[in-house]
Every structure is written in C-alpha cells, then in structure tokens.
Design a protein around this ligand. Structure first.
Ligand code: NAP
Length: 289
C-alpha cells in the first residue's frame, strides 16, 4: 500500500496521476487528506482517503497503519511546519511505515550562509530526523519549481516589458513540478532507492537574463531584465503595494539565486525519468508562445 500525503495539492495530484499511469492499482493507493471535500476527484479515481492533519499526531498514526511506502509531501505552512514534520516522522515510526519518501528542497549552500535559510531549516531538520529515526527513507531534494517563473517574472511582464529581480546573473536549475512528481512516482514504484538522497535539478540552469530572452523569443514582445540592489527592489515593490511577506520571499529567492545557491549540476533527475527534464526554454515557449 502506497500512501500519498499532500494529495489535494498540485504536486501530489501529479504524483497520483503518474502512479496510476505506471499501472499502480487504485486499490493499492491511498491519499492522506485533511479536507475530504477537496478530495472528491481522488475518490472518483477509486483512491481511498485517509483523514489526517500534520498538526494532529493521533490522526497520522492511524492513517499510516499498514503503509509500505509513504510519500511525505512537505507542508505548506512555514510557521508551523517544523512541528508538523516532527509529527509525520514520529507517526511513521510509531505506525511501522516500511519506507518514507520525503520532498525536501535543493540548495548547494550550508544553512548558515543560505539566503533562504527560513525555508531550508525545516527541510534540513526533517532530513536529519528521518536519517536518525531508523526508518527506511529516500530524500527527494526538489529544485525550485519552474512553474513559478511567471510569478517571479511578474504576471504582467508582457505589458511592462521588464523583469525586475535582485538576482544579478545568478542561475537556477529549476524543474517543472510535474517532472519532479514523475520522479517521485518512479522512486515509489521501482527498487534500489533505500536510504538515498537525490538532488533533483534540471540539466540546464537559467538566469533572469535567459528568461527575458526566452520570453521575448516566444511572445515576440521585447522583455528586458534589470537587477536592482535588494534594498532598491524592496522599495520599488512597496511602491506597488506588494505585501511585505511576498517582498521578503521574492528578495530571499533572488539573493539566493545571485549567490549561486540554486544552481546545481546533477543528473539524478534525468536518470530517474529516463529522459531529459523539460527545459525552462520549452516551458516558456508553452506559456508565452
Ligand atoms: P500545494 O498545492 O500548496 O499543496 C500542499 C499540500 O499539502 C496540499 O494537499 C495541502 O492540503 C497539504 N497540507 C498542507 N498542510 C497540511 C497539513 N497540516 N496536514 C495535511 N496536509 C497538509 O503545494 P505543491 O505545489 O503541491 O507543493 C508541495 C510542497 O512542496 C509544498 O507543500 C511545499 O512544502 C513545497 N513547495 C516547493 C516549492 C519548490 O519550488 N520546490 C515551491 C512551493 C512549495 P490542503 O489541500 O488541505 O491544503
């Protein structure tokens, strides 16, 4: 029995679809959900629902009974995520889960020097807890989602003609969320991934300069890239009324990119997929073409 958490989210939905495409029977699959109304589509596919919330330890122990493989999708609530992840690891241990596959995050920089330490810290702790737990684990260090390019470039980039991010010429080895999900489905359905950590990066890293050029080529509208200092960027975003939370997140990711933190050379993803991952240029031509 494979149980997928985060199954009502975007990544989890892709994982479930890839598992079904790979021939996993719906009866051998279950989804951990906290809101059954959001999971109507899963039910229609014949996938059993197990009710559980990362905040509720007892619900997790019950939901993880009889699980051979658990895909543990990292939580989306940054403030409470540490407590949630501790609950998931401890509950998996208590319930005797056979193998935990965890979605971590990819960065090549130690926590103390990371511009995105606020995100990395929970992942680093969860990786450590899993390794110390005695559970069989696989850690999928997912690169930054390529799907977020339109958000970082600005939803109105074709009208403004400018991408503004304090990322200098830093590159990111971003990957399409669906490719990362397919890799998880491969790990869940094939042998030999026990106690391994996979950095899941694209073969080709891109800068915002590359992204601006690719959007120009795809759309036929001239888009340029400008990299202000982080302070100038924050002030500019404030002028446009962007909420502080977003300004902080955008700045941190761009500084991480400028520092080279998000550029990773590794072919684990290509090996798992058995093909090259979708490139940023292909993605951009789909979105802006
Ligand atoms: P998403 O669409 O927001 O899905 C998050 C999933 O986690 C949802 O199914 C959500 O359930 C579930 N969840 C959240 N809190 C929970 C809790 N307390 N108990 C049980 N389930 C809970 O995110 P995504 O795009 O699928 O991405 C999956 C994860 O990757 C995110 O949660 C985040 O940790 C991480 N992430 C990675 C990147 C990257 O660039 N690599 C970017 C963004 C996020 P509900 O449907 O009930 O809300």
């Amino acid at each position: 029995m494979i149980v997928v958490t985060g199954a009502t989210g975007e990544y989890g939905t892709h994982v479930i679809n890839h598992l079904l495409n790979k021939g996993v029977a719906p009866s051998d699959l279950a989804a951990l959900v906290r809101n059954e109304e959001k999971a109507a589509g899963l039910k229609e596919k014949g996938i059993a629902l197990r009710k559980g919330d990362y905040m509720n330890y007892a619900s997790l122990v019950k939901a993880f009974e009889g699980v051979d493989k658990l895909l543990f999708v990292s939580g989306s609530e940054v403030e409470t995520r540490e407590e949630q992840h501790r609950n998931v690891v401890n509950a998996a241990k208590e319930a005797g889960v056979g193998h935990v596959v965890y979605t971590s995050f990819l960065s090549n920089t130690p926590l103390e020097e990371s511009a995105i330490a606020f995100l990395q810290e929970t992942h680093a702790k969860t990786e450590k807890w899993l390794k110390e737990s005695g559970l069989t684990y696989t850690i999928l260090q997912n690169a930054l989602y390529m799907d977020m390019i339109p958000m970082f470039a600005g939803e109105n980039v074709l009208e403004s003609g400018v991408i503004m991010q304090p990322a200098e010429q830093g590159k990111s080895s971003s990957v399409l969320r669906e490719d990362l999900a397919e890799a998880a489905a491969v790990v869940l359905t094939t042998e030999g991934h026990e106690n391994k950590t996979y950095p899941l990066a694209n073969n080709e890293a891109v800068s915002y300069q590359d992204i601006a050029e690719a959007i120009t080529a795809a759309s036929g509208k001239k888009v340029t890239y400008t990299s202000p200092s982080p302070e100038e960027f924050k002030n500019e975003m404030k002028k446009y009324g962007v909420p502080d939370e977003y300004i902080g997140m955008f700045t941190a990711f761009s500084v991480a990119r400028a520092n080279g933190e998000l550029e990773v050379n590794d072919d684990s993803l290509e090996k798992l997929l058995g093909r090259k991952p979708v490139t940023a240029r292909e993605f951009i031509s789909r979105v802006y073409g």
